[in-house]
Design a protein around this ligand. Structure first.
Ligand SMILES: Nc1ncnc2c1ncn2[C@@H]1O[C@H](COP(=O)(O)OP(=O)(O)OP(=O)(O)O)[C@@H](O)[C@H]1O
Ligand SMILES: [Mg+2]
Length: 326
């Protein structure tokens, strides 16, 4: 029985098997518990061992595994219940070397673990395939993804699988629109059979039809909050190439979070100017997640990241104001 369960194409849900066509990125967007990580781990296993059902001619030799943090790669993608080690039968299981962050298969295939906290680590190594998990949560998402693209240059057809719960972040939207991406979707209920009894009923009863439910259970990309003061499409319609050279007044609005923990809100920092035409122009948005320190009033020593935050913080040149009325 254990052996049969390892016969993945027989037991996989349809959304867990690679789509046809000549994709470079297979983007699997799904609800919580829909089976994304399991699908990723099974695809890596099949590619490392050269299983024919993936539709590829031979095994992959060099593999990149990328997650939000190194701990996520290790605890979810490699050692997790749906991770790479657990989907292998014992005899085929790769050797995991945590200190070198490497998995080695007997076939000679090697996978290396990377984190979105350290995109520079992707400078140098080369791969023929990659699996990226929960990309919509990545910290330096754009940079990490771009670094990975430069390294995906081995073999006849470098390919990558991105498994994620959707969030309306620019990187995910860019990926969806990228030529070469094939998008597949999966709702949590598709994997109901393998989730704890009662889990689905409980969360569906509570979240069905809500924004959070549509994102976390149906795997839908939710663009806007319906109660937001401005919708993204309205903002996009107002965009211009450059602000006027002469502005009568410049205001830097700062909305510091009340706390400074991992879960704190982002620190809003927006620069706007008033034109002679009476129109206000937003010049820059340097809002920052995980700002460090707290403001101690005008002139206080407080930093919120890169250059602009340091140079503008002087009591004469800026007004600290709470960003928009709440
Ligand atoms: N086709 C399948 N057959 C049997 N069990 C499965 C199948 N697909 C997924 N599972 C199991 O369902 C559970 C949830 O799957 P998984 O962890 O892959 O979901 P996920 O979408 O990554 O969840 P999360 O949103 O929390 O990251 C795991 O125990 C996994 O092994
Ligand atoms: Mg997962």
């Amino acid at each position: 029985m254990a052996f049969l369960l390892k016969d993945w194409p027989t037991f996989a849900h349809e959304h867990q098997l690679p789509p046809g066509g000549d994709w470079a990125v297979w983007l699997m967007m799904g609800g919580r518990g829909a089976g994304k990580t399991r699908a990723g781990a099974e695809w890596i296993r099949a590619r490392a061992l050269g299983h024919g059902w993936t539709g590829e001619a031979g095994p992959a030799g060099r593999i990149a595994l990328v997650g939000e943090t190194y701990q996520d790669v290790r605890e979810v993608m490699i050692e997790g219940v749906s991770g790479i080690l657990s989907v292998h039968p014992k005899a085929e299981r790769p050797q995991w070397n945590p200190s070198r962050r490497r998995l080695e298969w007997r076939t000679g295939a090697v996978a290396q673990a990377f984190s979105s906290e350290d995109p520079e680590a992707l400078r140098g190594p080369q791969f023929d395939i990659a699996w990226a998990d929960e990309l919509a949560k990545w910290r330096n998402g754009e940079e990490t993804f771009d670094m990975l693209q430069f390294g995906l240059r081995l073999g006849e057809r470098p390919r990558q699988l991105v498994t994620t719960t959707p969030r309306a972040v620019p990187l995910l939207k860019r990926l969806i629109d990228m030529p070469g991406t094939t998008l597949t979707r999966a709702a949590t209920r598709a994997n109901a059979l393998f989730l704890a009894p009662g889990f689905l009923e409980r969360v569906v009863a509570r979240y069905a039809g809500t924004r959070l439910g549509r994102q976390e259970l149906d795997g839908e990309l939710i663009e806007d909050r319906p109660d937001a003061l401005w919708q993204r499409s309205d903002l996009d319609a107002c965009r211009i190439a450059a602000a006027p050279d002469h502005l009568t007044r410049i205001v830097i609005a700062i909305d510091p979070p009340a706390t400074a923990t991992k879960r704190s809100d982002a620190c809003g920092l927006v620069v706007a100017g008033l034109g002679e035409d009476g129109i206000a122009y937003v010049l820059a948005d340097h809002s920052l997640a995980r700002a460090r320190g707290r403001p101690t009033g005008p002139g206080g020593r407080w930093r919120c990241g890169g250059t602009i935050r340091r140079t503008v913080w002087s009591p004469k040149s800026i007004r600290a104001a709470t960003w928009c009325a709440r």
